[in-house]
Design a protein around this ligand. Structure first.
Ligand code: GAR
Length: 207
């Protein structure tokens, strides 16, 4: 059984999609052992508690430096025996040494087709604002492994979503979530739990 720790910062709809897919048996051989939030009082924490998953809040600002923050995070993740870390709307940057420790065992969901509209400053609604500003006809979502860069790790899955002439950042965000994110993230976890994803020459391969 793959032990999954999910890191969140907000609404937690991607966390919910994963919880529901595991419960429905669509994601096999995986269990969420802990939900770690970078903020207190967010809806993602309620969703976890409702599903009977242990929660913990780890806020960067409570630590004197990157090193002590990293130690605290590593403790929280190793304590629950996490094999895979899922960033589901996690808006803090993980320390490089943690990323190294969990090489190819951290995945992130990003609300665009990487390498478009990604990197520093591109998160949440901002991604959709920029996509609409540029007038792209297709956007979507990407699940990728996390490396030391920002949104630069090996791409595991992508799904395209059409934009509409009357889209607002909010309507586009919702549609990208419904049509892409909430499907892709559970699918990626299922593939990893089945041992079907490996990284070769910096690229993720699915067997
Ligand atoms: C999602 O759209 C996710 O792709 C995005 O934040 C939202 C979180 O929603 N993540 C990023 O932009 C990361 N760069 P949720 O809390 O409801 O899952």
């Amino acid at each position: 059984m793959l032990k999954v720790a999910v890191l969140v910062s907000g609404g937690g709809t991607n966390l919910q999609a994963l919880i529901d897919s595991i419960e429905a048996g669509k994601v096999k051989n995986a269990e969420i052992v802990r939900v770690v939030s970078s903020r207190e009082g967010v809806k993602a924490l309620n969703r976890a508690e409702k599903a009977g998953i242990e929660t913990v809040v780890v806020r960067k600002k409570d630590y004197a430096d990157e090193e002590s923050y990293c130690s605290a995070m590593l403790k929280v993740l190793s304590e629950c025996g996490a094999d895979l870390i899922v960033l589901a709307g996690f808006l803090s940057v993980l320390p490089a040494s943690l990323v190294k420790e969990y090489e190819n065992r951290i995945i992130n969901i990003h609300p665009s087709l990487i390498p478009s509209f990604c990197g520093v400053g591109y998160y949440g609604l901002k991604v959709h604002e920029e996509a609409l500003k540029r007038g792209v006809k297709l956007t979507g979502a990407t699940v990728h492994f996390v490396d030391e860069g920002c949104d630069s790790g090996p791409i595991i899955l992508q799904k395209a979503v059409s934009t509409r002439i009357d889209d607002t950042p909010e309507t586009l965000q919702r549609r990208v979530m419904e049509e892409a994110e909430w499907k892709l993230l559970p699918e990626a976890v299922n593939l990893i739990a089945a041992g079907r994803v490996r990284v070769r020459d910096g690229k993720a391969e699915i067997s």
